[in-house]
Design a protein around this ligand. Structure first.
Ligand code: S3P
Length: 175
């Protein structure tokens, strides 16, 4: 099952992606992880070394490669920052699922993890501004929005599977 997960940091893309990949027996292509495998550096280290722009270049290359492969693709929350990535994602022929949660529940997950450079360097107000700026971009690219509030990763994964199966058997109208 080929599917691409997008959404803000802390939306659960990686967790849900792992579950989905396991359930459907496909590889998980996690762009952050692929970047780390390629560079031997975490996103935090890359941001510190070559800045966000350098990270975004790498992310673009990795996304371009991942979409040519079969599997579950979990993207980084900033994938929509480059218009060339927006372009790539709007041209793919596989479902692009936007994992959407409330600001409150997303922030709750984010503050528990100090590894994200974007979160480390921003105040809550700045994160709220980033949230406001990014949300319409995810929504514009997604073929389907899945709401995640008060749901387990397993429930979200099952919803995605049902949606993708629905497209395959014609019970859900494709976009
Ligand atoms: C980023 C999100 C991160 C990672 C990097 C930048 C962002 O991925 O790609 O730290 O700009 O939102 P997650 O969405 O998996 O946290």
């Amino acid at each position: 099952m080929d599917v691409i997960l997008i959404g803000f940091m802390g939306a659960g893309k990686t967790t849900v992606g792992h579950l989905l990949a396991e359930k459907v027996g496909q590889p998980l292509l996690d762009t952050d992880q692929l970047i780390t495998e390629r560079t031997n550096q975490t996103p935090g280290e890359i941001f510190a070394d070559i800045g966000e722009a350098g990270f975004r270049d790498l992310e673009h290359t990795i996304l371009g490669e991942a979409i040519t492969e079969s599997g579950v693709i979990a993207t980084g929350g900033g994938i929509i920052e480059l218009s060339k990535n927006q372009q790539l994602l709007s041209e793919v022929t596989v479902p692009v699922i936007y994992l959407s949660g409330s600001f409150g529940q997303t922030m709750e997950r984010l503050v528990k993890d100090n590894s994200r450079p974007i979160v480390r360097n921003k105040s809550l107000l700045e994160l709220a501004e980033l949230w406001e700026a990014r949300l319409p971009k995810y929504a514009a690219i997604a073929t389907q929005t899945v709401y995640t509030d008060n749901k387990s990763a397993n429930q979200v994964a099952e919803e995605i599977i049902n949606y993708v199966k629905g497209i395959a058997d014609g019970t859900v109208k494709d976009w």
